[in-house]
Write a protein that binds this ligand. Structure first.
Ligand code: ACO
Length: 401
């Protein structure tokens, strides 16, 4: 195809970059990631320092508004979120329509989208205060929906929050309080979850975040854009990997612990199997989140006195894979999802809820990216394509085909 024809077809020169491996879709001041050096920073602060010294509500504020909050700002922000946490009772009717066997990611995506129907004033945001309201609403209501997705599956009555508690404590109570027994908060579990949520909070233009930005670029509302992000996160190549990892480790355990067999399978180019929780589009050295989570998993299991043979399998598998030429040549390392499921399981989260927990952690990143995109007045996201189909041909009536 000559350049003149290309221009007339495309309106200009386009690049073809399947999977956007070398294409930046936007300018962003939120998250810095250096895949070669294994560096991840939110608004300039290293993930190591934030995971160690900060808490989730502070990180939410930092990601969305750009600075760590003062203690007054933190209190007010948390209060504003709490004041918007009630979910319309009619949303429960939608939940009732799902079978108990429904995957909670599908339920969460549908209920999040349904919030647009119950909060129509949050769909069209024309001022920063509208935007702030919509942000507090989704931050308040999302943990309620997550807990409902879980309680539906477990056959438990639905719960509302307790505004005297912190964001993570409140979430734990909504999830696990039984109608017949008071929920006793375990600080080890709260700390572990707080850390996990911080580690998942943003990761620049990954698949789900790009989905949120592109859906939002049409001026679809925040809740609808987040719902699109949840669907994108669900897949096994993205957030769904945390569920896939624990299922893989369980399979290895049931198979007598022979992880070498699975490593060989992953190397076999005629076998579609991949080591779940290994490899990353950007990290080509190590995933700093995985390093922090590995240590946290050991600590949590120790503190809770849990001996999980699956952690031994994970350790052994990682060690062997990391010294294997196939994985070395391709720079394949354990990613954030490799060890996170071990912690989720230790703190009582069932396997189908793992990716939902990822969504709870990623929510502030999605919000921050959506807000940045709207404030920057970015144009609608609309990639081009390289057409490779048929050239013009005459229509053939059905009886002549
Ligand atoms: N097991 C075995 N081989 C792998 C794996 C793996 N987990 N990951 C990549 N490879 C191989 C590929 O087969 C390919 O080999 P080749 O060069 O011989 O063809 C090479 O490594 C490069 O892989 P790509 O698929 O081109 O890398 P890409 O950047 O497109 O994919 C991804 C990244 C999707 C994360 C991939 O590594 C993968 O599928 N991992 C397993 C799923 C997973 O853990 N996902 C979670 C990612 S983190 C997150 O989203 C939160």
């Amino acid at each position: 195809i000559d350049i003149k024809t290309l221009r007339s077809v495309t309106g200009g020169i386009t690049t073809l970059d399947a999977g956007f491996k070398n294409t930046s879709s936007c300018e962003s001041a939120i998250t810095f990631l250096d895949g070669e050096k294994g560096i991840l920073r939110y608004r300039g602060y290293t993930i190591e320092e934030l995971a160690d010294k900060s808490d989730f509500i502070e990180v939410i504020f930092l990601l969305i508004f750009g600075e760590l909050p003062t203690s007054e700002q933190k209190k007010k922000f948390h209060k504003d979120i709490q004041s918007k946490s009630l979910v319309d009772a009619d949303v429960k009717k939608i939940l009732d329509g799902f079978p108990k066997t429904a995957h909670p990611m599908g339920v969460l995506s549908a209920l999040t989208s349904a919030l647009t129907a119950f909060n129509p004033q949050s769909v069209e945001v024309s001022s920063e205060s509208d935007m702030y309201n919509a942000i507090c609403k989704i931050l308040g209501k999302f943990p309620v929906l997550v807990s409902w997705a879980y309680r539906k599956e477990e056959g438990l009555p639905l719960a509302y929050g307790d505004n005297t508690l912190g964001y993570v404590e409140n979430f734990m109570k909504m999830m696990f309080e039984s109608p017949v027994e008071k929920y006793v908060m375990n600080p080890v579990i709260v700390n572990a979850l707080d850390k996990l949520l911080i580690l998942h909070a943003d990761h620049e233009q990954n698949c789900s975040t790009s989905t949120v930005r592109i859906a939002g670029s049409s001026h679809a509302g925040l809740f609808a854009s987040i719902s699109a992000g949840i669907s994108a996160l669900w897949g096994r190549l993205h957030g769904g990997a945390n569920q896939a990892v624990i299922e893989m480790l369980e399979d290895i355990k049931a198979d007598g612990g022979d992880y070498q067999k699975y490593i060989d399978k992953a190397k076999d180019k005629n076998d579609p199997f991949r080591l779940m929780g290994f490899g990353h589009r950007v990290y080509k050295n190590f995933d700093p989140r995985a390093n922090i989570i590995k240590v946290a998993a050991e600590e949590v299991l120790n503190d809770l006195g849990i001996d999980d043979p699956v952690l031994d399998i994970a350790r052994g598998l990682a060690e062997v894979a990391l010294s294997d030429e196939y994985f070395k040549e391709r720079n394949l390392y354990p990613n954030v999802d490799f060890y996170s499921g071990i912690i989720y399981r230790a703190i009582g989260i069932p396997v189908p809820m793992f990716t939902v927990m990822f969504a709870l952690g990623r929510l502030p990143g999605w919000i921050a990216q959506w807000r940045e995109m709207r404030l920057n007045k970015e144009p609608i996201g609309r990639p081009r394509q390289l057409y490779i189909g048929a050239t013009e041909r005459a229509f053939v009536p059905v009886e002549e085909r």
